[in-house]
Design a protein around this ligand. Sequence first.
Ligand SMILES: Nc1ncnc2c1ncn2[C@@H]1O[C@H](COP(=O)(O)OP(=O)(O)O)[C@@H](O)[C@H]1O
Ligand SMILES: [Mg+2]
Length: 324
Amino acid sequence: MKEATRPKEHLPQLVVLDDISKRFYPQGSPSFEALSSVSLALYQGETFGLVGESGSGKSTLGRIILRLASPTGGKVYFDGRDVFSLRGRALLDFRKKAQVVFQDPKAALNPRMRVGTAVEEGVALGGIAGTRAKNERVDELLEHVGLQPSHAKLFPHELSGGQLQRVCLARALSPSPKFLVLDEPTSSLDVSIQAQILKLLLRLKRELGLTYLFISHDLAVVRVLSDRVGVLYKGRLVELAPAKALFKEPLHPYTRALLALSPEFWDASRTTTLPAESEGDAEKTHPECAYLPLCEEPLEACKSRIPELHEASPGHFVACQPKA
Ligand SMILES: Nc1ncnc2c1ncn2[C@@H]1O[C@H](COP(=O)(O)OP(=O)(O)O)[C@@H](O)[C@H]1O
Ligand SMILES: [Mg+2]
């Protein structure tokens, strides 16, 4: 992988993305690249926040890591093994170790299945057999996510949105994973419930030693949870930094615009204006920075070159031409 985004050698890497690209070929419309040359590594035990506006490729990236979609180019490694070459027992083991929670818990659960049964499916995948042992494990998981064993016999429509998301979490945790992709897990919930779920996620991570990829378009939420943050813009990683550094000193003009969009980060003393929608996304014949049409400080070089990530300060990478 590119040296630029390789984490320090002494920190164990759980997930490594090496030059991932994904092209979609929708019927009747031109193909387009949803992800372009994304390289990054997630440290064991960290929460990596992935932000970017809707359509920037966040979910696609999460799905590729989980082998729910295949990349057009590049490799994914989990615990040092090439995810797309796993077969048989090794693939099953990967399925247990890498789990996901989606945005909409209602859509993720079968309306006709009692929530206990939904959680039990994952328990069985985790290798626990025998009705009694499975029931005990389901009760334990429900308690772990702040529900009661009595919830097991209820159907999804009998639970609130927040409770349903807790069920989805219990199900994701049931095969004892090491890694969770959390794809906008609180975006469908009321703000007060969001805070409870975020607290729960923090506690579970601490107690179970999990690694999270936390996907969100909401910077305030990402800031609460993340150790490091990656910013996707039109399928490219444009900035990657420790969360503190990113919020204190965003380097990419797109990150700055995103921060300006979040009221809690609004700094009236700064002149950042919000970018207008760019005119069409037709692919250009010559390479140029994808952010060029919206950039407030473009350089001549940005018109003929796609900027690569470089390390502007230790651990803080940005794909933008250094300004003189
Ligand atoms: N299966 C698919 N077929 C065609 N296009 C897709 C498919 N999945 C996602 N896309 C497109 O890829 C882009 C990135 O989508 P997505 O990863 O869902 O973005 P995000 O999660 O950041 O909102 C979007 O333009 C979306 O419409
Ligand atoms: Mg998404």
